[in-house]
Ligand binder design. Structure first.
Ligand SMILES: [Zn+2]
Length: 156
């Protein structure tokens, strides 16, 4: 259920959008000014709008969620709490944090020419974004992210 929920974050919430993607949620980012178009896209693509704009939320109650917190950490907690989400580790790092495309699993031989030698020596599992070509692997930021999410999960 959770995994099917899709988001579109407005221009104020770029970091939140990137994190939701890393957590496996399909999250588009809308940097435009035209709020009518944002509302249209949300309806058309069945996405929940994440916004800090109270007026927008009051006009689009059924399709938007007001984000009141200032920091990324609090914003993630807010989304989780208000929508009763669970963060499922099995889908972490399944989407490109930059373009929201699902990542494709790759073997070392697929990516060896495009990664630093120390990564090639120490990592086995890779994935790649078809759109921008960015290669992902489970490095230290992965562990930091798991710790960060765990700490959010533990505070309620
Ligand atoms: Zn990408």
């Amino acid at each position: 259920m959770d995994k099917q929920i899709k988001f579109i974050a407005d221009g104020m919430l770029g970091s939140l959008a990137r994190w939701l993607r890393l957590l496996g949620f399909d999250t588009e980012y809308f940097s435009g000014k035209d709020k009518y178009f944002l509302a249209y896209r949300a309806r058309n693509e069945k996405r929940v709008v994440l916004t800090r704009d109270r007026k927008f939320v009051s006009e689009n109650k059924s399709t938007s969620l007001l984000i009141e917190s200032e920091t990324l950490r609090e914003q993630l907690k807010e989304v989780k709490k208000k929508l009763h989400l669970t963060f499922d580790r099995t889908v972490f790092f399944s989407r490109c944090s930059i373009c929201n495309q699902p990542l494709e699993p790759k073997s070392l031989s697929d990516v060896i020419d495009d990664i630093p030698p120390y990564v090639a020596r120490t990592q086995k599992n890779f994935s790649q974004c078809k759109k921008c070509g960015r290669i992902y692997w489970q490095a230290t930021h992965w562990e930091r992210m798991i710790d960060f999410i765990k700490s959010i999960d533990n505070e309620n």
